[in-house]
Design a protein around this ligand. Structure first.
Ligand SMILES: Cc1ncc(COP(=O)(O)O)c(C=O)c1O
Length: 289
């Protein structure tokens, strides 16, 4: 069952008019929330990012925080599987085609949930490969926009190379990857670009930064040069679906020793432990707050 504009219905019955601005202009924003054992992970952080994305593109937020929570829970509860990826998007709505905002369109809200696919154990243990490319996307990558053509084209480069991700550089500086954030480790110090309009503020990025700080692992959020990435001992990508994944080959050259490093293994363990604790607590944020 999926959610469309306030109703739960089978996906085959869910349809949106062709003049929806999401279809015509890619005029909308989205979120993807991982759900472990039916407990949404960092729900309020994802909803806060959605609220920021909507505000940044001046799409009216149709629901209060409490209503959003209730809709996410309804979608989660309507699935027969426990580990889920809840995807949802809000577009500016249906209107005659014209670039300027329509006067009175109703935002379109669509939510669906699929089984969550995290990297298989074998890939966690052996690491993944990546290629690199120049980051030619727009300069508001902090907005989680459904206009993903830049990310799609950049991801396709690694797909065609049989690699897991495309790591992006803008004018010689690391930004992120086509669908994840990027961390490096050099001489035991973890580093990642600071949040800016050139990267998506990843929820997993925040969890990794919090875990590093809580466990006295040296962490620097600062500009990271391309040469530093290529000389790093370890390279990781982070996202809600990839969690923390080691990249052991970049553009066909080994990263560090060509296998997941000790700092990665520690962070991966901390991340899994953190997730287990969230699941065990089984806590759902209050719907009425
Ligand atoms: C471009 C980009 N950067 C970073 C991320 C990671 O964000 P999160 O950790 O919130 O999943 C994503 C997630 O889809 C993404 O598309």
């Amino acid at each position: 069952m999926v959610f469309l504009n306030g109703r739960m219905l089978p996906i085959a019955e869910a349809s949106v008019p062709v003049l929806d601005r999401g279809f015509i202009f890619g005029d909308g924003v989205y979120e993807l929330i991982p759900v472990y054992s039916r407990v949404p992970f960092r729900l309020d952080e994802h909803l806060a990012r959605l609220e920021r994305s909507l505000a940044a593109v001046s799409i009216r937020n149709p629901y209060s925080r409490a209503q959003w929570r209730a809709h996410v829970y309804a979608v989660v509860d309507a699935q027969p599987f426990d580990d889920q990826g809840v995807y949802f998007q809000v577009t500016r709505g249906v209107a005659k085609r014209d670039h300027a905002f329509p006067r009175d369109a109703q935002p379109t809200v669509f939510m669906m949930s699929n089984p969550l696919v995290n990297p298989p154990r074998a890939q966690v243990e052996s690491g993944a490969s990546a290629v690199s490319a120049e980051d030619y996307r727009w300069q508001r990558c902090d907005i989680k926009s459904i206009s993903l053509i830049g990310n799609v084209l950049l991801r396709q480069l690694s797909a065609e190379a049989g690699a897991a991700e495309t790591i992006l550089f803008r004018a010689g500086k690391l930004t992120e990857a086509s669908a994840s954030n990027v961390f490096i480790v050099s001489r035991g110090v973890i580093a990642a670009p600071p949040k800016s309009s050139l990267i998506l503020p990843g929820i997993t990025y925040d969890v990794v930064a919090e875990l590093a700080r809580a466990n006295a692992m040296p962490l620097e959020l600062r500009e990271v040069g391309e040469a530093e990435v290529r000389a790093a001992d370890e390279l990781w990508v982070t996202s809600s679906s990839k969690e923390v994944l080691a990249i052991v080959s970049l553009d066909g050259r080994p990263v560090g020793e060509g296998r997941p490093g000790p700092v990665f293994r520690r962070m991966y363990g901390l991340y899994q432990e953190f997730k287990q604790n969230v699941m065990r607590a089984g806590k759902r944020e209050a719907v009425s707050a």
